[in-house]
Design a protein around this ligand. Structure first.
Ligand code: ATP
Ligand code: MG
Ligand code: FE
Length: 350
């Protein structure tokens, strides 16, 4: 089926068009620049930006795919999790489009969409797989036995998301927002073992219990305190060393827990997704340690790792292929939609 997917859960307005597992177009427009001066995504600003970006993004995606809008067999949209106001804009547009075209509508889970992105790489996908999703809003470790019916949450962050931690540390170091790429750059010349920052929830007892939750707030405090003390003692803060040591702590925890989950569940496959996958050190360490552990790592291209509409269309495409009924129009935004709820059905009508 030809599916058009709409993604508006955060700051990216993403429209993607797929035919089955074939990617036809993936248009992304981000309001990140408008949030930069606030040091974080402002929900109202994001919602308004989606409103302005949606129509042109749909037109661009349709043109790029070389189709007519009327050819679309189904519409897909993110119904959660994410920013409520931002989600509502995408949902409104999706409902209008589905009704206008008289085509079925599939309301899907954003996080599971991140996993579905992997289907669009053109390579065969095997389940079960462990999936590590790391972005500005999420840090989740999942066990995917079946994309359309069985996604288990192994653990998630109890406080800051990994990307959020990068953004906060960047601010402490006087680097601009978004902080992830800035820290990556600053860390390039630094010594990752210069400072031993804490690895949250990674004590021997946590690991023995196969506890897969994450915590980055202690790490954030430790970096802030280290910088304060260095400042107070008139010491020159070596930004490269702090950035490299901080990055190492985050990467170490993410990779250690992901590979432990693979071993514990006997699953030799690891899928990485989310915007933080752009981190060079994370890719490097994940690939090296997974190779040692005999785990095959998959990293979709970055345009499919960050928030996009193609992954939403890809998930709906799988739901259709496995005979799922479309959602009714009676669903709304669910900012805390659990990852186990892959599709939102809406209430039965009539
Ligand atoms: P969501 O959580 O809903 O997926 P998001 O928009 O916050 O939404 P993404 O767009 O996937 O997430 O990723 C953005 C985050 O990724 C930001 O926090 C940013 O700092 C981080 N990031 C981007 N590049 C890098 C990098 N090279 N290293 C570390 N973090 C990075
Ligand atoms: Mg984003
Ligand atoms: Fe996302």
């Amino acid at each position: 089926p030809l599916v058009l997917g709409i993604e508006t859960s955060c700051d990216e307005t993403g429209i993607g068009i797929v035919r089955g597992r074939t990617l036809l177009s993936n248009t992304i427009s981000s309001s990140m620049d408008e949030h930069a001066r606030f040091g974080g995504v402002v929900p109202e600003v994001a919602a308004r930006a989606h409103l302005e970006a949606l129509q042109p993004a749909i037109a661009a995606a349709v043109a790029e795919a070389g189709i007519a809008l009327a050819d679309v067999d189904a519409v897909a949209v993110t119904s959660g999790p994410g920013l409520a106001g931002a989600l509502m804009v995408g949902i409104g547009a999706a409902k209008a489009l589905a009704v206008g075209l008289d085509k079925p509508l599939y309301a899907v889970n954003h996080l599971v969409g991140h996993i579905a992105a992997d289907l669009l790489t053109g390579e065969d996908v095997e389940y079960p797989t462990v999936a590590l999703l790391v972005s500005g809003g999420h840090t989740s470790l999942l066990l995917v036995r079946d994309l359309v019916s069985d996604v288990e949450l192994l653990g998630e962050t109890l406080d800051d998301a990994a990307g959020e931690a990068f953004d906060k540390i960047a601010r402490i170091l006087g680097l601009p927002y978004p902080g992830g790429p800035e820290i990556d750059r600053a860390a390039a010349g630094g010594d990752p073992s210069a400072i031993r920052f804490p690895r949250g929830l990674s004590r021997a007892s946590d690991m023995a219990a196969h506890r897969y939750d994450f915590s980055f707030s202690g790490l954030k405090t430790a970096v802030a305190r280290w910088v304060e003390q260095a400042d107070a003692s008139g010491q020159q803060v070596a930004v490269a060393d702090v950035a490299a040591s901080f990055r190492e702590a985050v990467v170490d925890v993410l990779v250690t827990k992901a590979l432990d989950a693979c071993a514990h569940h006997g699953v030799p496959r690891l899928l990485l997704g989310g915007g933080v996958i752009a981190n060079r050190r994370l890719r490097e360490v994940a690939l090296a340690r997974a190779a040692e552990a005999g785990v095959a790592v998959r990293i979709p291209p970055l345009s499919l790792c960050t928030d996009n509409g193609a992954m939403i269309a890809a998930l709906a495409s799988e739901l259709i292929a496995s005979g799922r009924q479309p959602s009714t129009l009676a669903f709304g935004a669910d900012s805390t939609l659990p990852v186990t709820q892959i599709q939102v059905a809406g209430e039965a009508v009539g």
